[in-house]
Design a protein around this ligand. Structure first.
Ligand code: KIV
Ligand code: NA
Length: 271
């Protein structure tokens, strides 16, 4: 197996082969996800909830992200893995200036990330350009952006209605023009996410609660293993069901996404 690269991911997008992504926060789960054939591992700041017991991602620090990114990167190397490692820039580590974002991104890249992810559109466009021009691959994230949950007023569907949809579309295009090559769409209506996927040939959309029409899918690892201490979001499927092992659940996820059997729009998405 050859390591996953950006050209490989863009080629999958062009051919319509679904890209699979799962979060991981430590070496063992990262190695297992890699071995199950997951192309992209996200060191998500969802570790604030999953590992740290917080109510939101807002309190997660750059040093904590650096630590978990290093753990994941080591896990992938241990199994001579091929996964593309994406690490979240946490709240407060990129909002101040493009220079601040660069310094924070360097910390995560030096810890072993191949790409950094940041949330939001509009003002983030120039930051994305600044990073990509300096050789740092960027994954953008639109729709429900958990770091700004307090400003959004809760965890709910975004981009509904003509005005909100056209704003999201403009932000997505600007981010892709600025060099973002992956774009997480979280809790976005299926039709909008599908249309954007077609409209952005050089930026692969990765959906979570965004329907089956995106270039790829992502889930929080613990959610898809049925390990959830809070409310299970409707866009999750418990892949442990019918499986005897975590490795089996991960393989079932990869297979279901590749074959278009997950997500099911009527069950896991919004219109
Ligand atoms: O932190 C995270 O796990 C994420 C995904 C839900 C996309 O950002
Ligand atoms: Na995140």
């Amino acid at each position: 197996r050859k390591p996953i690269s950006l050209p490989r991911l863009m080629d999958m997008h062009a051919r319509g082969e679904k890209i699979t992504m799962l979060t991981a926060y430590d070496a063992t789960f990262a190695a297992m996800a890699d071995s199950a054939g997951v192309e992209c591992i996200l060191v998500g700041d969802s570790l604030g909830m999953v590992c740290q017991g917080r109510h939101s991602t807002v309190g997660v620090s750059l040093d904590e992200m650096r630590y978990h990114t290093a753990c994941v990167a080591r896990g992938v190397r241990r199994v001579q893995g091929t996964a593309w490692v994406v690490a979240d820039l946490p709240f407060g580590s990129y909002q101040q200036s493009a220079e601040q974002a660069l310094a924070s991104a360097v910390v995560l890249m030096e810890a072993g990330a191949h790409m950094v992810k940041l949330e939001g559109g509009g003002w983030t466009t120039e930051t994305v350009r600044f990073l990509t021009q300096r050789g740092i691959p960027v994954c953008a994230h639109l729709g429900l952006t958990p770091q700004t949950v307090h400003a959004l007023g809760g965890y709910r569907v975004q981009g509904r209605g003509d005005g909100a949809a056209s704003t999201l579309r403009q932000e997505a295009k600007a981010l892709a023009d600025a060099g973002a090559q992956l774009l997480v769409l979280e809790m976005v209506p299926t039709a909008l996410a599908s249309a954007l996927t077609q409209e952005l040939p050089h930026c692969a959309t990765i959906g979570i609660g965004a329907g089956a029409g995106t270039a790829g899918q992502v889930l929080v690892l613990h959610d898809m293993l049925g390990m959830n201490i809070g409310k299970m979001p409707k866009f999750v499927r418990n892949f442990m069901q019918g499986q005897g092992s975590i490795a089996g659940a991960m393989q079932a996820y990869v297979q279901a996404v590749k074959q278009g059997q997950f997500p099911v729009d009527a069950e896991h998405a919004w219109s």
